[in-house]
Design a protein around this ligand. Sequence first.
Ligand SMILES: CC(C)(COP(=O)(O)OP(=O)(O)OC[C@H]1O[C@@H](n2cnc3c(N)ncnc32)[C@H](O)[C@@H]1OP(=O)(O)O)[C@@H](O)C(=O)NCCC(=O)NCCS
Length: 156
Amino acid sequence: MNNSQQRIFEIRRMEFSDLKDVLRLEKEIFSDAWNEAMFSEEITKHDAFVLYSGNEIVGYICGWLLYEEYNITNVAIDPEFQKMGLGTKLVKFVIEYVAEKKCPIIFLEVRESNYAAINLYEKNGFSIVGKRKKYYKNPEEDALLMVLSVKETNER
Ligand SMILES: CC(C)(COP(=O)(O)OP(=O)(O)OC[C@H]1O[C@@H](n2cnc3c(N)ncnc32)[C@H](O)[C@@H]1OP(=O)(O)O)[C@@H](O)C(=O)NCCC(=O)NCCS
């Protein structure tokens, strides 16, 4: 029981002091979990945001801005808090952030079997535009490449 209805969820930049909680969630959620060095690099060189409630980290999203393209590299919600709209909150936050940077396009890769994530992205305007063969290890799997035109989103 997490009393989610009464809780306020907010988003801020990930800090090094969040890494213990983030790594615990990452290991719980992913079979090919990121390690501390990977999150540290996102914090120092790219973008990493956490979704939190009080002093509890309940999700995170990471991404890279490279020239005219943004790439969402990681997103996860604590299993206890999934299916409450929080993944949507994080993805919408990043879409707005990217729009503010005047970057026109967002790419991401997702495991072909990850229906929850594919649905989440499609609901937020992303389309499948390609496949990357054997992109993932542990277990090996193809990635779907998804894209969102941020300009179109703004013009809607
Ligand atoms: C993918 C993930 C981030 C979604 O977060 P979430 O907070 O549960 O998502 P939301 O509640 O905002 O759901 C948004 C939409 O996603 C889809 N969705 C979410 N969970 C789903 C599930 N278990 N099965 C099918 N569709 C699902 C639905 O279309 C949902 O819309 P709806 O509630 O109107 O049906 C979450 O399931 C997660 O952390 N999964 C493990 C990590 C992961 O796979 N990350 C993505 C790597 S590319």
